[in-house]
Design a protein around this ligand. Sequence first.
Ligand SMILES: [Zn+2]
Length: 166
Amino acid sequence: MNFIYRLQESYNRFMCGRYGSDTLNHFLSFVYLFLVFLGFIFRILVFITKSVVLYKIRYALYIISLIIFAVTVFRSLSKNLTRRARENEAFMRLWGNWQPYLHKQAKNAEPKVRMFVRKMQDRDHIYKKCPDCKAVLRLAKKKGKHKTRCPACGKLFEVRVLFGEK
Ligand SMILES: [Zn+2]
């Protein structure tokens, strides 16, 4: 018998009669990993800023991620199968109710994300909002103060460009 097979066997024996994984546990694992990732970012921020508030947030994230990890492990090792299954059903119902809302949010965010990517790629222009009609204008990226006229409403306004060609 090879090692992997023996490991698989003993794992199966250990998990026999235990709940194992479900959608809720997958979701919790995802949240856990996300919090670990956030914690990592906060760690860097705390290191840079030496901020006590950020340190506290980081600490809170750490505690929450530990709790979520403990709950996930507890659920997968639990022998109370009916109760765990009921929790999962409740979660799926909640998830089902939330999905249209999440879809709507994603749809609303899509143009903003696309605009952001466009701005990042377009190095020769800057994007400024007209102070009057809020139309977004695409202007040549030339360093200094310029006067420009909004093509949408005709308002003359001043634009200051900090970085760019002279
Ligand atoms: Zn305008």
